[in-house]
Design a binder for this molecule. Structure first.
Ligand SMILES: [Zn+2]
Length: 427
């Protein structure tokens, strides 16, 4: 049993929807603006009413012309434009998405989750909210919130394995300042690992400012294969050996790499998102990049770009919102040019974070890793304040999740493997 809590997106105290969608350009905004037998769609330009020839919203597509609306999400799913969530189906969100052939994002419907939820509920805005107890078969609880920056929060419960307040530089800390330099998607695992069996399934989320959010509960994953959707954003397909470290790390956890689905991204979104420039420590386009995953089947979204400021690779949380592709924070990002020959190892390390693993030892010798069997480095031999790989040989430097990958291998401890095996997206 594991409880994952992801806190993401708050857009004002009075909004019924977590994040209001932007307006569409054109003579229609939604299907209801058009006559019977017509759809609101696009042939690459502004939206207009047109005859409905092609696949309906939700069908698979490989080209814009496959869809009646002319709108095929980058993830390969036909979609339709919307003005707000009431234009979409149950369990869908109305948000800005990139579609094939479009020169800008279009506000369209996409599923909020890739897996059926045991429960989903909007929670009233408050500064402290008790989450209803997780069902006995619950595995992952996600609470997306909308704010930029996300409100500082604390999570209170029995025996928390990963304490949100321990993640930032101050207490209580906005997790965003540490792991998520963009709006939304704060994540935490409660508890994870076989050492924690006695835990309270009721928790309280404390926001330091009012926020509106939802609660999603997902059932436990019971599979042994991890499917990966690899978005090639302005980069070529990597050589096959690139995925060897990921295969080895998953094998160390008793899992295997399932389908590897390459999804080339070209045109306007590639021009916009292939290089992620930083702005005062943040990456403004990061949530938009994660949005390319909207509509994906269950799996891990990975975005391979040319360059990311500040990072070789990064995840939208530890873990990411695993069953909510397209949500801010839902994905692994790696800069191919920056990672160079280490691309495979960087990818495997970031996937470890995405599935709930922290660094057993940080560069300053501190740790946020509560698992009892991960190797810890405690000897800063030269006293310079950095626990360097050569000082930590045999004491964690070889672990996949060590803060530096200089001596890292795809090795994981038994408890790390147990955390990874709980991911709800495994099949
Ligand atoms: Zn890391």
């Amino acid at each position: 049993m594991i409880l994952l809590l992801a806190l993401g997106a708050s857009c004002g105290d009075d909004d019924a929807a977590p994040c209001p969608p932007p307006d569409n350009e054109g003579s229609c905004t939604r299907a209801a603006d058009c006559a019977e037998g017509e759809v609101c769609g696009s042939d690459g330009d502004a939206l207009a009413c047109r005859g409905a020839t092609g696949a309906p919203s939700g069908a698979a597509c490989t080209a814009a012309t496959d869809c009646a609306t002319g709108l095929c999400l980058v993830s390969g799913r036909c979609t339709e434009p919307c003005g707000d969530e009431t234009d979409c189906g149950a369990g869908e969100r109305c948000a800005a998405h990139w579609t094939l052939r479009s020169a800008t994002t279009v506000t369209t419907c996409a599923p909020k989750a890739s897996l059926p939820a045991l429960a989903a509920a909007a929670l009233d805005p408050a500064s402290a909210v008790s989450l209803p107890a997780a069902p006995a078969d619950a595995h992952q609880i996600l609470v997306p919130v909308c704010a930029d920056p996300p409100p500082p929060l604390r999570l209170i419960g029995g025996s928390p394995l990963y304490d949100v307040t321990a993640l930032g530089p101050s207490t209580p800390a906005p997790v965003a300042a540490f792991y998520v330099p963009y709006p939304a998607a704060l994540t935490v695992v409660l508890p994870g690992g076989p050492a924690y069996t006695d835990w309270d399934r009721e928790h309280t989320v404390v926001f330091e400012s009012p926020a509106r959010f939802e609660r999603w509960v997902f059932a436990a994953g019971s599979g042994a294969r991890l499917d990966v959707d690899l978005f090639l954003v302005g980069v070529d397909e990597p050589v096959a050996a690139t995925f060897d470290p990921l295969r080895a790390a998953l094998a160390a956890a008793g899992l295997e790499l399932g389908e590897l689905r390459f999804r080339p991204v070209t045109g306007a979104p590639a021009e916009r998102l292939a290089v992620l420039d930083g702005d005062r420590g943040r990456l403004p386009e990061l949530a938009e990049l994660h949005g390319l995953g909207a509509g994906l089947p269950p799996g891990l979204p990975v975005f391979l770009v040319r360059h990311v400021d500040y990072y070789l690779g990064l995840t939208g949380g530890v873990p990411i919102p695993l069953a909510m592709p397209g949500a801010p924070g839902a994905g692994v990002v790696v800069g191919a040019d920056d990672a160079g020959d280490a691309l495979g190892l960087v990818l495997a390390h970031e996937v470890g974070h995405a599935l709930g693993l922290f660094h057993p030892t940080e560069s300053d010798g501190s740790t946020r890793e509560p698992l009892p069997d991960t190797p810890r480095c405690t000897d800063d031999a030269d006293g310079d304040g950095t626990f360097a790989p050569d000082e930590c040989t045999g004491a964690g430097a070889e672990n996949l999740m060590f803060w530096s990958l200089e001596r890292a291998t795809p090795a994981l401890s038994a408890n790390q493997g147990a955390v990874v095996r709980t991911a709800p997206i495994l099949r």
